[in-house]
Ligand binder design. Structure first.
Ligand code: COA
Length: 389
């Protein structure tokens, strides 16, 4: 075939190509369902702890009572050693002058990487635990460091989610805040073969180590098209400021050809199920915590107005609220600064990345799609050169 001819196999961006089979999550875009390791995402987010969900994804099983106790124990020990590693790298983090993504990247890069040539699930799970705990310790500590506050060591008696809030905010968090954050983290735990997960699997396919897979995935997540939307959602709501400004502001956005952040999704053609989970979590949180209900009411008004205008201006599309809209609302309520929205996404998604990595390592196969050359053919280098050698 002439390389310049279009090939029926060519799918830009691999759109619609099934590149792997997985036991980890099922994204049903037509019906708006998300299943994580056999459980409805909503059910998991409500009832499982973060540690139980990680155990489920990494082992494929629900932990027994005994397994749960010993897994939590080793999680706490691992969190302690993540802090020790952080303390060693902390002076170096100064260099990044508050750039949170750079600081976390450097800290993760400093973790010990073990090779994966021999199948060793126990070791992989131990490494996955170290990396997962490091994302949490690193995010909280790097943030405080960047704010010229002293980083806070983890409390050995706390679970993963409570500890994150404690290390970040320096106060024991309320059960409602812990539950709201846990629901967020479990909602973003895994989501099919998204860009960062795919990156992690590509790296694992070469039999690289787990630290490298997480670093690569983190790099992919950093891009604004993947992990960066909730920040702009928050800015938009804050910029709108009052209910009466919502309609003119949003109409103006659409008329000038811009998109309303927090709406629409490439895969979900109905409402993003994760938006439902977080909408409920946000409602419960704002009601119970006495947090500024004005902001919540404004956000609800912005959502209603946006949906109305999108239905009016794009009647042939079904553009609904996506996960980022409620992420912004919920995380802002818990008191998480918007600069931490993307790193916090990683604090949850790292569990999914590493589950995919282990799945890839169990059935080792290099991921190597083809490309179609569309450049020129010049013939010999010597022929075109005036100074023939
Ligand atoms: N606001 C306004 N218009 C939107 C829109 C939004 N949020 N989302 C999609 N559209 C419109 C597009 O302008 C386009 O209109 P046109 O056909 O008249 O040109 C049409 O819907 C399809 O857009 P396209 O980008 O092809 O659809 P998609 O389903 O692939 O897009 C997103 C998915 C997420 C990229 C898109 O909805 C978007 O940019 N949303 C805002 C950013 C965001 O919230 N991202 C986080 C996603 S979880």
């Amino acid at each position: 075939m002439n390389p310049a001819e279009p090939s029926s196999n060519f799918r830009p961006g691999l759109n619609g190509v099934i590149a792997t089979e997985t036991h980890l999550s099922h994204v049903d875009g037509q019906n708006g369902n998300l299943v994580i390791a056999g459980y409805e995402a909503d059910n998991l987010a409500r009832h499982a702890s973060f540690e139980e969900a990680a155990y489920l994804l990494w082992t494929g099983k629900r932990p027994t009572k005994e397994a749960n106790i010993s897994f939590r124990q080793s999680w706490k020990e691992t969190t302690r050693s993540s802090w020790t590693t952080w303390s060693k790298i902390e002076p170096f983090i100064e260099t990044f002058q508050g750039n949170i993504m750079e600081s976390i990247r450097v800290y993760i890069a400093s973790l010990q990487a073990r090779d994966t040539l021999k199948p060793n699930k126990e070791q992989w799970i131990q490494d996955a635990l170290s990396i997962t705990s490091a994302f949490s310790v690193g995010t909280a500590a790097a943030w405080r460091k960047g704010q010229k506050q002293t980083p806070i060591p983890p409390d050995p008696n706390m679970d993963h989610v409570s500890n994150f809030l404690y290390m970040l905010q320096g106060e024991y968090p309320t059960p409602k805040a812990v539950d709201a954050l846990k629901r967020y983290l479990l909602t973003v735990l895994d989501h099919g073969l998204n860009a960062s997960t795919f990156t992690a699997r590509v790296i694992a396919g070469t039999r690289s180590d787990l630290v490298s897979t997480a670093l690569g995935a983190f790099g992919a997540l950093k891009g604004p098209l993947h992990g960066g939307a909730p920040g702009p959602v928050l800015e938009m709501i804050q910029e709108i400021g009052t209910k009466d400004r919502a309609e003119p502001y949003l109409r103006n956005l659409l008329e000038s050809g811009n998109r309303i952040m927090g709406f629409g999704h490439r895969i979900y053609r109905v409402r993003d199920p994760r938006a439902d989970i977080l909408a409920e979590a946000a409602e419960t949180f704002y009601e119970s915590e006495n947090t500024s209900s004005d902001f919540y009411e404004l956000a609800m008004h912005v959502e209603r107005t946006a949906l109305q205008l999108l239905a009016e201006t794009k009647p042939d599309r079904s553009i609904k609220t996506n996960v980022e809209f409620y992420t912004a609302l919920l995380l802002n309520g818990i008191g998480i600064p918007s600069q931490l929205f993307t790193p916090l996404f990683a604090v949850g998604r790292v569990v999914g990345w590493l589950a995919h990595v282990m799945e890839q390592l169990e059935d080792p196969r290099i991921i190597r799609p083809d490309s179609r050359y569309i450049g020129p053919f010049h013939g010999s280098w010597l022929k075109d050169s005036k100074e023939k050698r």
